[in-house]
Design a protein around this ligand. Structure first.
Ligand code: 5GP
Length: 120
């Protein structure tokens, strides 16, 4: 079962403007900003504006327009950052085994170097 949404999580606070983030894109459905501890030359996070704990929560509860808006935003951010060539990786952790640390859905965008095989 998904945990209840915690309005004090760090990304909720970023959405409310209570703590700063290096924002690269914002629209009705999504906010994108630089990860504070980058794991690649480009490491962005894209989050939905709605109160969703995880990919599981979002895919189960969000309205179709929120899902479409969020997916489009992820693609837009990667394109606008010039990442399509030579490529990028998306990752969303969900649940204990994934080591998800922040309980607001976020999709990581990694780019800027050859990323190697998955889970290497
Ligand atoms: P997770 O392990 O939950 O998938 O990833 C959480 C990510 O959020 C990590 O990559 C971490 O560096 C990033 N992060 C944690 N706190 C902050 C913050 O306050 N600001 C930003 N920009 N990123 C954060």
């Amino acid at each position: 079962a998904t945990l209840p949404y915690d309005d004090d999580n760090i990304f909720a606070r970023i959405l409310r403007g209570e703590i700063p983030a290096k924002t690269v894109y914002e629209d009705e459905f999504a906010l994108a900003f630089h990860d504070i501890n980058p794991q690649a030359p480009t490491h962005l996070l894209v989050i939905p504006k709605g109160r969703y704990v995880s990919w599981d929560d979002f895919s189960a509860r969000a309205e179709d327009r929120e899902i479409a808006g969020f997916v489009r935003a992820v693609g837009h951010v990667a394109r606008e950052a010039g990442l399509v060539e030579p490529g990028y990786r998306l990752l969303a952790n969900c649940g204990i085994n994934s080591h998800q640390e922040v309980p607001h859905l976020h999709v990581h965008i990694f780019a800027g170097r050859p990323l190697g095989p998955m889970l290497a």
